[in-house]
Design a protein around this ligand. Structure first.
Ligand code: ZN
Length: 288
């Protein structure tokens, strides 16, 4: 059976293509460190598609008509800039496999620097606190190791609170002049007690207090994609609960390592932290 391919639509991507061309589209087209990326491949003859990019496996899923395949992926906020290769394996309905390579240039993002002051116990934790931090790490490792094998999200992601967002994602921060870290989420200026909602459908895989995160809720949206909400004053969901977009998860607060009440909201895909503001701007299809 012949496998027909067409040229990619974006001229900037055509230069980098090796034959045979892949009918391929990336949104957003400008890929930077921290970008979520919707990858679209037109492959009507495909029975399944998987791939690898930046050391991470990508599982594509078909749209309604099975002609176009999609994956939500991304580049970690701390990811290296420069050229990268997306390998795509198109498993055809006739049993054959077609392997294609698409080169993708990752451009630098320009994030800011910030200085914060928090309680000393969050910069120099004591022995008991270190024990809790270690226990927290094990819990997080466990929940992030297993994700649903199909997309649980459907349609656009929406902001988790009605509160002003900040462009704090990617900021290099110093805590009390000591500890440097990168801010891997987006802060919303949510007053104490603001209702925090599910940004999309999924399953609550964590709903409990953690040391740095405070009262924390993690939703698995499938295929390695999670949203993480931190510092709640109250959690109103339980682990294992299925949620729909807009369902209340709890109330915002100031628990954990904070300088005051706010919602910290993070987007994680296969261990990479992605810019939540960019995810909120993506137009995404309704999944079955
Ligand atoms: Zn934050």
């Amino acid at each position: 059976m012949a496998f027909s391919v067409a040229l990619a639509i974006q001229p900037s991507l055509m230069r980098a293509q090796s034959a045979p061309a892949l009918n391929f589209e990336l949104t957003p087209a400008l890929v930077v460190a921290g970008s979520p990326e919707l990858i679209r491949i037109a492959a009507p003859e495909a029975a399944s598609i998987d791939g690898e990019w930046l050391g991470r496996k990508i599982q594509f899923f078909p749209t309604h008509d099975h002609r176009v395949w999609l994956a939500l992926a991304g580049v970690d906020v701390e990811g290296a800039v420069g050229p990268s290769s997306l390998l795509v394996h198109i498993h055809l309905t006739n049993g054959a496999t077609r392997d294609l390579t698409q080169s993708i240039t990752i451009h630098p993002a320009h994030y800011r620097t910030g200085i914060l002051t928090v309680q000393p116990r969050f910069v120099s934790p004591g022995p008991d606190e270190l024990k809790q931090i270690e226990a927290d790490s094990k819990i997080k490792e466990k929940i992030f190791a297993v994700s649903a094998t199909e997309p649980l999200w459907s349609g656009d992601f929406r902001a988790p609170v009605h509160a002003p967002p900040t462009d704090s994602f990617g900021t290099r921060r110093t805590f009390n002049g000591k500890l440097a870290s990168i801010h891997k989420g987006m802060d919303f200026r949510a007053p104490m007690g603001t209702v925090v909602r599910a940004a999309n459908s999924g399953v609550v895989v964590l709903a409990r207090p953690l040391y740095y995160e405070g009262n924390c809720v993690v939703i698995d949206h499938g295929l390695g994609l999670y949203t993480v909400s931190m510092h709640f004053s109250r959690i109103d969901v339980h682990e294992g609960q299925r949620v729909a977009a807009g369902d209340a998860l709890g109330l915002s607060g100031a628990t954990g390592r904070v300088t005051g009440p706010h919602l910290h909201w993070a987007v994680r895909w296969q261990g990479a932290y992605l810019d939540p503001a960019k995810l909120l701007r993506l137009n995404l299809p309704i999944n079955p």
